[in-house]
Design a protein around this ligand. Structure first.
Ligand code: ADP
Ligand code: MG
Length: 327
């Protein structure tokens, strides 16, 4: 469905000075700066997949998605999606894809979303029957029947995002790109949006989404691609990502006496909650649970303790800083 090979994007920007002297000098000769946002990335996505495309800020996620949707030309490399080259066969391509860029609205500020939907219907040539059926289903699912009749500028962020989704889905796209689709949404709106995405995915729509919310990932994606500084550092199942954690566990413990920052060799403090309460990371291959409990009880006195799997956040952080080994 999507085949990406050696895709790269280098932005050329003018270096911006900060001091008055730099700014004045830049009026005459503005030095150019190269930013290699995406570096020779390759991956493929099959029909019906749901892929989370993750990475820290500035990693190159949006740049990649823009090239995949065809709004941005790559510096080099190839993309074949739905048999087309997005930036070359754009008009044919956009009829078959959907996109939501959380930071950038596709709705028009002064008119109600329902009118914008209707405009899209005309642009995409969606037959009346299909349009009515899809709109009906989506507005019921997302509960925006009344909301979509108000001017966009009067909507809350959550309401607007739901309408953005409808806008992106009305023409029945086979492939959908979501760039931070749940950004700024409250818990309930997030749930609705996730249900909606899941539902569409079950019906065979392929999704690629970026997000900073790891709950989105846990609830939606089976496959995770991690990009860091323009390069793919991980591409595999979410379960494999979890498996990376190996035998590591997160232990939350409350003790009788205060805990030092390094309470035990081989045990890392993830978060201190109080002076005698903390979240620790232990590697059971190095520190067996029995030994940990005995040492802790003898040294600090255990008052309360719970053991949980490490949150995927922790692995992500390791991938981001580049310390985690590739499989
Ligand atoms: P992400 O979405 O992962 O946060 P981006 O793709 O937006 O990352 O950005 C990747 C890198 O490219 C960053 O260093 C960013 O500053 C730079 N960048 C993004 N857009 C532009 C642009 N239009 N001009 C110059 N540099 C850009
Ligand atoms: Mg981005």
């Amino acid at each position: 469905m999507i085949e990406v090979s050696n895709l790269s994007k280098t932005y050329m920007t003018h270096e911006r000075g900060h001091s008055l002297r730099e700014i004045t000098a830049n009026l005459i000769r503005r030095p150019m700066k190269e930013v290699q946002a995406v570096k020779e990335i390759s991956f493929s996505v099959g029909q019906g997949e749901m892929v989370a495309f993750l990475g820290p800020n500035g990693a190159g996620k949006s740049t990649t998605l823009k090239m995949l949707t065809g709004v941005l030309h790559p510096t080099s490399g190839e993309v074949k999606a739905l048999g087309l080259t997005p930036w070359k066969q754009r008009s044919e391509y956009v009829k078959r894809i959907g996109a939501v860029f959380g930071q950038k609205s596709q709705l028009l500020w002064d008119i109600p979303p329902v009118d914008a939907f209707y405009m899209n219907k005309a642009i995409y040539g969606v037959p009346d029957r299909d349009y009515i059926r899809t709109l009906d289903r989506l507005t019921t699912l997302l509960e925006v029947g009344d909301v979509m009749r108000k001017p966009t500028r009067q909507l809350s962020l959550g309401e607007r995002m739901k309408c953005e989704f409808i806008m992106a889905m009305l023409h029945g796209p086979e492939l959908v790109f979501l760039d931070e689709p749940t950004i700024g949404l409250d818990v309930i709106a997030k749930e609705n949006v996730r249900d909606f995405i899941r539902d569409m995915n079950r019906q065979g729509v392929t999704f690629i989404l970026t997000t900073h919310d790891l709950d989105d990932v846990e609830m939606l994606a089976e496959r995770v691609i991690v990009i860091n500084q323009g390069e793919i550092v991980f591409d595999d199942g979410l379960n494999v990502l979890r498996g990376r954690l190996g035998e590591k566990k997160a232990v939350r413990v409350t003790t009788d006496i205060p805990l030092p920052d390094m309470p035990m060799p081989g045990v890392a403090m993830i978060k201190r909650i109080h002076e005698s309460e903390a979240e620790l990371e232990i590697d059971l291959e190095i520190t067996p649970l029995k030994g940990f409990i005995r040492y802790f009880n003898e040294t600090y006195g255990i008052r309360d303790m719970s053991i949980e799997p490490l949150p995927i956040e922790v692995v992500m952080k390791e991938l981001y800083i580049g310390s985690a080994k590739l499989p």
